[in-house]
Write a protein that binds this ligand. Structure first.
Ligand code: SF4
Ligand code: SF4
Length: 480
């Protein structure tokens, strides 16, 4: 039971994979005896406490190490296990109170599984020796904040940022000049773009998939293919993207961290290039808890979306794999990320999104929104952080088919909130619900077109692909 952990939840610790020497095992015991009760330490082998406002992030069921997913409930609870508070929500809030929020921007590494379960104090002690024990212990007393930060960084940065990762808090613009995809070209030209989503089929018959791609293709700049959304198995996004290319449509290949490993991600990203796929969207992915039973592993993903972006950006711009091997012919792609502008406090959400942009996100596709004004505080925060000019934002919209669908989205889909006025309109619409759903989307598009910082829309048709053409025509976005 920890003292500083918000949920005071015990989760089992990690153990080393191989037998360690007596000295190491002894130090492990001491470390867990101290850090277990105080921070609920799980012995991940790569301590980040200094960057996470002294709350251990390894309580997150997804094992996220770079900030919250989009599933935080409005009262700060975790959607995977609603009996606990979202640990990242607590970290962000405490970091704000301690004025350590800028430290949340540093892109932190995935676990080195050769180190999980092992002690980290020997590394810390070694670094204190290099920095100078006098300087380090002197910095524990109140004094110059900047000096303290420098001394602590000289000790802890080396420990938390291994050479194979070398993460930082800086913005890294893409190193190429010519647009990687037509979507990127349209955005650079300042066009208000439309992307849509075609639902991957649940069987190996691709007839409907191809028909749907054909329906939306004349109206949009790009078509997203989700990676087992809602943790339900469907045709792979890679196969759907290939089908889109064959039909002359530009795909956005979504990769979910949930089903990826650091090895599969790098291989898939290179393979995607071979198929001509140039847009990749990195998402954390819905927890298996929302999918059908039997429920898959709900504990620890190999990577999070920020780490995916960092790895892919370095492959493209620096021509290196995660392990440091050089590539002769680096891949070329336009990198995107998902964001949920209404899930967190806008100040916290903007920090999270700035981190994604720093890591490599060039475009954002937002979760479904139903109030254009709700984006304003978030856009203002992004503007303050000088992020708006560095990323193109496509606002997520969905035409509602019925009041039941509206309630389902509001109550069951993490990060989606429908205001009372929209729920009321859908309820009153009765048999005309579909028309009302289309009117709501058209009104939203009209407001979004005027908004500084919004570069287009991402129309999620939720299986209603034949409405896309009508919405694009009626909103005046055809051939834009
Ligand atoms: S970040 Fe890792 S080492 Fe640090 S307290 Fe948490 S589990 Fe322990
Ligand atoms: S899974 Fe998402 S909501 Fe739950 S603790 Fe982790 S970041 Fe928070």
């Amino acid at each position: 039971m920890s003292v500083f952990k918000p949920s005071r939840r015990w989760q089992p610790r990690f153990y080393p994979f191989k037998r360690e020497s007596f000295g190491k095992r002894f130090r492990e015991k001491i470390e867990i005896m101290v850090k277990g009760p105080v921070w609920g330490c799980r012995m991940c082998g790569n301590c980040l406490l200094q960057e996470t406002a002294f709350i251990c992030c390894m309580e997150c069921p997804k094992g996220l190490r770079n900030g919250p997913c989009g599933g935080v409930t409005p009262d700060g609870h975790c959607y995977v296990d609603s009996t606990r508070r979202c640990v990242w929500h607590a970290i962000f809030n405490r970091a704000l109170k301690m004025k350590r929020e800028e430290m949340l921007l540093e892109v932190l590494p995935p676990l080195d599984w050769n180190r999980t379960g092992t002690e980290t104090w020997a590394d810390v002690i070694r670094q204190i020796g290099i920095t100078g024990p006098g300087r380090f212990f002197g910095s524990l007393f109140p004094g110059n904040r900047e000096y303290k930060k420098q001394v602590w960084d000289s000790v802890f940065r080396t420990v938390r940022q291994p050479a194979w990762w070398n993460g930082d808090s800086d913005y890294h613009p893409a190193s190429y000049r010519e647009p990687a995809s037509e979507l990127e070209r349209s955005l650079r030209e300042g066009r208000f773009v439309v992307a849509t989503e075609v639902t991957p089929p649940i069987s190996s018959d691709s007839g409907k998939l191809k028909n749907d791609i054909g329906l939306v293709r004349p109206y949009v700049q790009a078509v997203n293919f989700t990676d087992a959304s809602s943790a339900i198995p469907k045709m792979s996004a890679l196969a759907c993207c290939r089908a889109a290319i064959d039909l002359n449509a530009e795909p956005v290949y979504q990769i979910a961290a949930r089903d990826s490993t650091r090895i599969s991600l790098q291989g898939d990203a290179i393979g995607a290039g071979e198929f001509g796929i140039r847009n990749i969207l990195c998402v954390t992915g819905d927890s298996p808890v929302v999918g059908p039973p039997p429920t898959g592993n709900m504990n620890i993903y190999d990577l999070d979306s920020v780490q995916m972006l960092w790895i892919l950006r370095r492959m493209r711009d620096e021509g290196i794999y995660l392990d440091g091997r050089k590539m002769k012919h680096p891949p070329k792609y336009f990198l995107g990320a998902a964001t949920t502008p209404c899930a967190l406090d806008p100040v916290l959400q903007a920090i999270r999104d700035q981190k994604k942009v720093n890591a490599g996100a060039q475009f954002f596709q937002t979760n479904i929104i139903f109030e254009a004004e709700r984006l304003d505080p978030w856009l203002e925060q992004l503007d303050r952080r000088n992020v708006l000019g560095k990323v193109s934002i496509l606002a997520g919209l969905a035409p509602l088919k019925s009041y039941k669908a509206a309630l389902y989205l509001h109550e069951r889909v993490p990060g989606v909130y429908l205001p009372e006025k929209i729920l009321g309109r859908m309820e009153r619409a009765g048999d005309g619900a579909r028309e009302e759903g289309i009117s709501i989307v058209l009104e939203l598009i009209a407001s979004l077109k005027q908004k500084k910082g919004i570069s287009g829309i991402h129309l999620m048709s939720l299986g209603w692909e034949d409405v896309v053409g009508r919405i694009v025509r009626e909103s005046g976005l055809e051939n834009k």
